[in-house]
Design a protein around this ligand. Structure first.
Ligand SMILES: Cc1ncc(COP(=O)(O)O)c(C=O)c1O
Length: 417
């Protein structure tokens, strides 16, 4: 274990349980929810997202599971796990974001083109099928976001082209094609596919629906995050009492920012401690908290946690998590696999759960912190802590899941794994 002069804690380097923990000294529960933050995510925005999304065919809130055996094993009072594995049949919370942003985009575009107000209900009911079919949405993805955009396009009747990079598995490609999208594979990495999507959109007059934001591109990612807040709202409403801590895995930080935004608006100064969890091979939140400003990490971002393999934070997420993301820690791929397996074959009478590679970093972070007294102290974790985590995906790539867990989702769910 080592401390650097800024108070960063590094433990067990080179092992499964290795982590670096850093407090974000700029954050605090005393900080207000600002007008600038409310312009990103708000109660009004959430209310529109909720009424829209709960009206979609097949909507059902996902379960909030109390993992008592897990809590006992880790030494906390409660672990609540919001299980997104069956969200709209897409297998991840991302179903809420990309598809919602597609619907909002269609409402705006159709209103403009038809010269009258087209409502979210009109979009859901496909009131203007010919006009909608003339609109094409596109995005780059390494899986879950593209699936959501493709599903949204199919559901609301517009065209869709999804760009994937060289390392996205064939399984993920087929899953996107199953929603009727054209999928184009690009050479190079994720950033190359982002560029290709943007170039094609400019050339063809398509609309990029991205889950990350940057200067000059915020409207659509805002809608994506507002969709994610519906997941947070379901979880908070289902909790028997407020959590003391929320551990959130981070890619570009859209999901973490959405959950945090609702926590701040709902509980104010009494909000839980917010701990971000980055893959150690793609630790852009750690790097940004170190720098006190968005900072990119380079390299090949080679993590098994495909959904979290991001080198740069989203500009909008930064505006929220800079003030309310209390700490960040890194987790290893090996610890993610260990928790996928533990959830599949739980101890202590918990129900078996199907959790994909990017679903468990929050839980793995909690477990790593609980094993080190100094980390517990830094984060205020005790045997009375009530911790909320989000299991953000199921077996979104069934082959990868089975290879890592040694059983498929059906066997896990039936308790035969
Ligand atoms: C399953 C899963 N969990 C978490 C995340 C992280 O979300 P964000 O990039 O908004 O931080 C992703 C992103 O793709 C994901 O697919």
């Amino acid at each position: 274990m080592s401390h650097d002069p800024t108070g960063e804690l590094t433990c067990h380097p080179g092992t499964t349980e290795a982590f670096t923990l850093r407090l974000n000294h700029a954050a605090g529960r005393h900080l207000p929810w600002t007008a600038a933050q409310d312009a990103i995510l708000s109660d009004v925005g959430l209310s529109t997202a909720r009424s829209t999304i709960t009206g979609w065919p097949g909507y059902a809130p996902t379960p909030l599971v109390a993992l008592e055996g897990m809590a006992d094993g880790l030494g906390v009072a409660q672990v609540w796990y919001k299980d997104e594995a069956l969200r709209f049949g897409l297998g991840s919370f991302k179903a809420l974001g990309g598809a919602y942003a597609v619907a909002r985009l269609l409402a705006r575009q159709l209103s403009e083109r038809l010269g009258r107000e087209v409502t979210m209900e009109d979009v859901t009911q496909r009131a203007f099928p010919e006009e909608a079919a003339r609109i094409t949405v596109c995005c780059a993805t390494d899986g879950n976001h593209g699936r959501s955009v493709a599903w949204g396009a199919q559901t609301f009747g517009c065209a869709c082209v999804i760009f994937i990079h060289a390392h996205v598995s064939e399984g993920r490609k087929f899953a996107i094609e199953a929603y009727g999208a054209e999928v184009r594979r690009c050479s190079g990495n994720y950033d190359d596919s982002v560029r290709e999507a943007q170039d094609a959109a400019t050339r063809e007059g398509w609309f990029v629906v991205s889950d990350t934001s940057y200067e000059g591109y915020t409207e659509i990612p805002k809608d994506v995050m507002q969709g994610y807040e519906v997941m947070a709202c379901e979880a908070f409403d289902a909790l028997p009492e407020p959590p003391t801590h929320i551990f959130l895995q981070t890619g570009v930080g859209g999901m973490a920012a959405a959950v945090t935004a609702l926590a701040v608006r709902r509980w104010g100064m009494a909000r839980p401690e917010i701990v971000l969890c980055d893959p150690d091979q793609a630790a852009c939140w750690l790097e940004s908290f170190r720098a006190g400003a968005p900072a990119a990490v380079g390299g090949d971002l080679d993590t098994l946690m495909a959904g979290l393999a991001c080198g740069e934070v989203s500009a909008l997420s930064w505006q929220i998590l800079r003030d309310h993301g209390d700490a960040v820690m890194t987790v290893t791929d090996a610890s993610a696999v260990a928790f996928m397996r533990l959830l599949a074959r739980p101890d202590g009478g918990d129900v078996p759960l199907v959790a994909g590679e990017s679903a468990v970093a929050g839980l793995a972070g909690l477990a790593a912190a609980m094993r080190v007294p100094e980390a517990r102290k830094i984060l205020g974790l005790t045997d009375a802590s009530r911790v909320l985590v989000f299991g953000t995906e199921g077996d979104t790539d069934p082959e990868v899941y089975e290879a890592l867990v040694g059983a498929d989702a059906a066997a896990v769910r039936s308790g035969e794994a």
